[in-house]
Write a protein that binds this ligand. Sequence first.
Ligand code: S3P
Length: 169
Amino acid sequence: MHNVILIGFMGCGKSTVGVRLSYHLRLPFLDTDKLCEQKMGKTIREAFEQDGESFFRETETEVLRDLADRKETHIVATGGGLPLRDVNRKILKEVGSVFYLRAKPETIFDRVGHDTKRPLLLCEDPMQRIRSLMEERDPLYMKAADHMIDVDGKDFRSIVREIASLNKE
Ligand code: S3P
């Protein structure tokens, strides 16, 4: 089982690229956020509000363990905070090739700065929150990744091609 796993900040394009890559490589697509919502029986926003972030983070690790038990190969888009836990980074390395889609804070803000489904960005100054989270997370994304792809200014088709050709090597 050698999955293709996409990591990176909220709004960097993991889900869109993941779906397109799954067509391109003819492999099924999974999204850890969706799997968490199924497992929790509620949306991520509801989980943060009702149970707290740590409940969601536990669920993310469970979902990743379930993935490690699967025999088939998948394209996997992950939630932006998933690679932060040591245990999750370890599992990611074991189950496939990890691609970090890296984007500038400005790109992220344009895409998700006003989103209401992402509890971490529901604050007075989402741009500042993006910058500080990004500073904290970038080194961990780099640590988790086998490959880093700069996505700023690139269209989805070229990102998909870049990943597909790196994945062949
Ligand atoms: C989070 C990112 C979200 C989701 C949750 C927390 C994060 O996923 O898992 O809101 O900590 O960055 P996306 O990266 O798909 O937006």
